[in-house]
Design a binder for this molecule. Structure first.
Ligand code: C2E
Ligand code: CA
Ligand code: CA
Length: 441
């Protein structure tokens, strides 16, 4: 086939991939594969711009040698950061036809030499507004000035930029629709822990975190409570639910700072709701095991409550059942209880808690894990367990909350069992503060 016809056919294939909503990574890989098929001595690669870290990362490549890929996995942006860093910095194409003599590549020359790479071309990928999206790079194993390759390079540059922009827009739309139950994590799945921790730290500085609120209701009185649930407006991946980043935050200890932020933000929001006339009876905030190891935590909470003039009995701290095994954690709970704060055991039923063990804990509330509530109308065993937990709670003078109520049938059963309070998608998903305020004022 005539090379021009081949190129046109390849171009229309890429456009079809973009139009059919194919995953960004697959589209970019197809672009790299197409251009590599034009010349045997040629490698292609694409780097995406990471605005959180202000550098290039998330390398897309097909056939670059593994060791070489490691060297260019992340690239800083600047006039002497190789051809990609310079192209991103200057926002214009950079053609280096002889790596050995070009001063631009002086920092990378020795790294490139073992792979026999003589020349490289980099071009910035720009949005329609001119914002940096990434860079597209060709690496040549012999000096090569093929006009058709240059033509294809410019053509694919435009297609790659369109694909990245469409992918980002799709994510924004998803975010708008609050599709947080299946968060997009493809951009952060591949990132190592250290880099994610950095992104978390920058995220908090740049105010990328948000607290969503989910209501719960006391069945006998209709009294309203809210649970604060953390979200991360990730600059790439869109709105992320906690499971996408909490385990790293816990592992690195960053969770302590993050939870202090959640506490302050949610207390401020709860005060705003009370002032605007919302009949709010309780604010629940989730706390991790790491926080319970933090000796200054009770004092921190106490000061926050004083600063915002928020009554301690209006605040409930939810601690997951499995965290309560350690003796030291229980001591901290006693101190919190002395301040007047309510303590709730979250995900109750998922770990083993004997009756005797519960009796000695400074606890006010049990939250039955949603796995017992989900489809309980079709499962006698679940109904028996839930009923037993409610009876046990009554004996111990504990409030019982059923979480994850999704249907009217589940609600009717829980009412029949005299469950104290209910929470779940049947009433509302977690929603941003402004939406919550509008709905409940
Ligand atoms: P959780 O405390 O058990 O929170 C309830 C989770 O169940 C929330 O998920 C909520 O969106 C979801 N949910 C509520 N009702 C329903 C329902 O009817 N059906 C279904 N299928 N799901 C429902 P989310 O917001 O993704 O939070 C997940 C977990 O992340 C939370 O589980 C909590 O353990 C943790 N988390 C959230 N924010 C924080 C925080 O600030 N600190 C800590 N340590 N953990 C947090
Ligand atoms: Ca919870
Ligand atoms: Ca729970």
């Amino acid at each position: 086939m005539d090379p021009h016809c081949k190129l046109l056919k390849a171009q229309s294939n890429i456009i079809q991939l973009i139009a059919s909503g194919e995953q960004l990574e697959h589209i970019l890989l197809a672009i790299v594969a197409n251009i590599e098929s034009m010349h045997e001595q040629l490698y292609g690669s694409i780097l995406l711009y990471d605005p959180a870290l202000d550098r290039l990362g998330n390398l897309i490549s097909r056939s670059l040698p593994k060791q070489f890929k490691k060297n260019i996995n992340y690239i800083d942006i600047g006039p002497y950061e190789g051809s990609c860093g310079a192209a991103a910095f200057l926002k214009q194409s950079v053609y280096v036809d002889d790596i050995q003599s070009d001063p631009l590549l002086k920092n990378y020359r020795n790294e490139l030499h073992p792979f026999g790479i003589d020349a490289c071309w980099s071009t910035p990928l720009l949005s329609t507004k001119g914002d940096l999206l990434g860079t597209f790079c060709l690496w040549f194993k012999e000096q090569c000035k093929l006009n058709l390759v240059k033509f294809a390079f410019e053509l694919y540059n435009k297609l790659a930029a369109i694909a990245i922009q469409i992918s980002a827009t799709t994510k924004e739309i998803e975010m708008y629709h609050h599709k947080v139950s299946q968060p997009t994590t493809e951009f952060i799945d591949d990132v190592d822990d250290e880099s994610l921790l950095k992104q978390l730290q920058i995220g908090i500085e740049r105010d990328e975190f948000a607290v969503y609120y989910q209501p719960y209701f006391t069945l006998s009185t209709g009294q309203l409570g809210i649970e604060a649930l953390l979200r991360w407006n990730h600059p790439y991946a869109g709105l992320l639910a906690p499971h996408a980043f909490l385990s790293i935050a816990e592992k690195t200890g960053f969770i302590v700072e993050l939870e202090e932020w959640v506490l302050e933000r949610s207390i401020k929001d709860a005060v705003k709701l009370l002032r605007s006339g919302v009949n709010l009876h309780s604010l629940s905030v989730n706390i991790s095991a790491k926080q319970l190891e933090n000796k200054s935590f009770p004092d921190f909470v106490h000061k926050l409550l004083q600063r915002y003039d928020f009554k301690p009995e209006y605040l409930t701290l939810e601690i997951t059942e499995r965290f309560l095994i350690q003796r030291e954690n229980i001591d901290v709970l006693h101190t919190l209880k002395q301040i007047g704060i309510q303590i709730s055991i979250d995900d109750f039923g998922t770990s083993y808690s004997s009756l005797n063990y519960l009796k000695d804990l400074p606890v006010d509330e049990l939250k039955i894990d949603r796995s017992f509530i989900s489809n309980m109308d079709q499962d006698m065993n679940k109904q028996k367990i839930v009923e037993m937990i409610i009876l046990l709670g009554k004996q111990l003078d504990l409030t019982i909350v059923a979480e994850g109520v999704e249907t009217e049938k589940e609600l009717t059963l829980l009412k029949g069992m005299n469950c104290h309070a209910v929470q779940g998608y049947y009433f509302s998903k977690p929603i941003p503060f402004s939406t919550f305020k509008e709905k409940y004022t």
